[in-house]
Design a binder for this molecule. Sequence first.
Ligand code: FAD
Ligand code: SF4
Ligand code: SF4
Length: 471
Amino acid sequence: MSDNALTPRQRMAIERATMPEQDAAERARNFDEVNLGLAEAAAVREAQRCLMCRNRPCVEGCPVRVRIPEFIAKVAEGDFAAAAKILRTDNALPATTGRVCPQEVQCEARCVRGRNGLPVAIGWLERFVADWSADRPPSLPAAPPTGKSVAVIGSGPGGLTAAGELARRGHAVTIFEALHAPGGVLRYGIPEFRLPKRIVDAEVAALEAMGVTIEYNVIVGKTLTLDQIRRRFDACFIANGAGLPMFLNVPGENLKGVYSANEYLTRVNLMGAWRGPESRTPVLRGRRVIVFGGGNTAMDAVRTARRLGAERVVLAYRRTDQEMPARIEEVQHARQEGIEMMFLVAPLAILGTDDGWVRAVRLQRMELGDPDASGRRRPVPIAGSEFELDADVAIVAIGTRANPLLTSTCPDLKLNKWGNIQTDARGRTSLDGVFAGGDIVRGGATVILAMGDGKEAAAAIDEYLTGANRP
Ligand code: FAD
Ligand code: SF4
Ligand code: SF4
């Protein structure tokens, strides 16, 4: 039946699609992507569940305001090219966000179908359209060159989005990236089994095709100063993330076998340590691995440890599964892969062997008390509940904060008390012509929030450079 002929009742009767995925036992031994993507027929059927609500509540839930009902309507009609044009106009990295956005608290959380059942699988449809159009990208309108130049610092999702939006408006964009490869956390943090690096490569290649230049191995604050950049360019967007890991500050944290999740994941993802002896960067492959934390980073670390061959992998989190900030799908996948989750426990110490290697951790049980500043109930230690757990690798995944490398060299750039750059709602900083967004402003947040900042700041930079208010 054609999509237009479906009544609301018929749409309501369609069950949500299921995502085909690699078998859990199989995938726990490889780094291939877990989710395999919807087939065309399943995507069309899923799109037909959408009620095309006039008030579009789902769009309100999306930080970059993807025109969700519009692109889904095209999928329902089987016109994937038209769907891609809408989606790619609104979202510079749809293959990425379709895979890693926390949809359950964003667009899908607002979907009316979720009030009485399961929401439309907006993220899976986004991924479907992005993958379908990967090798046939729609031609999007581009403005003629303006003669203005913009420097973007950092090639994570915030920087890439701003670069794309600025290039589309006719500005000459150069990205300065500290590492030797683009993508920020998409490259060095999120593992291949969640976000294959060919996706990041394709999204970056699309930007380069629009004329964006990337200079690698440039640490702004060391190789170049912000002042030098300001003299060379008409405006600047800082999106250098919040990559400085936080630690537990417990005894034993300097033992051999303790990693920050950032270091562990960077070794495996960016430097290829998963390949084993073939790789010049080693990583310890523990038999019993413990990871502290409850966010996406912790989930990526436990699942990586499992794939590197650990027999027992334990995630230790000081609250309950209800408070865990990780995406629900990652928690489900981790459980299926045999990860043990210990809730309401906090580390007291990491214990070592005589020659300085991790041998165990000492934990204490917690209970939930009154809500803290974050609104979540505060974990309170239970006296006398200490216990030890054997481990040979311990990974700390309790968050990151702003790296002062760049900001410490710019005394006039206003920061908040945590070292994040202060901006107004459009990304303007205290320095003329300097804008900022993403994790360096928000602290550790999400891919789509960084992208939303990049999009907003690009519009503000365009206005700053041209005086015009263009879409
Ligand atoms: P980043 O992605 O951090 O990119 C900053 C870039 O700037 C990096 O490439 C860095 O090398 C570069 N840089 C830093 N300093 C300098 C300098 N001085 N000069 C030049 N370049 C510099 N979010 C989700 O929405 N879903 C998820 O599933 C998810 N999973 C995550 C998993 C992990 C392991 C981690 C760590 C984070 C995850 N996040 C997730 C959070 C998300 O990735 C970040 O919020 C997002 O990447 C922030 O984007 P950004 O552009 O601000 O910075
Ligand atoms: Fe939903 Fe993220 Fe896509 Fe927006 S970008 S529609 S929040 S999946
Ligand atoms: Fe479709 Fe849900 Fe958005 Fe309504 S709220 S338009 S059903 S995706």
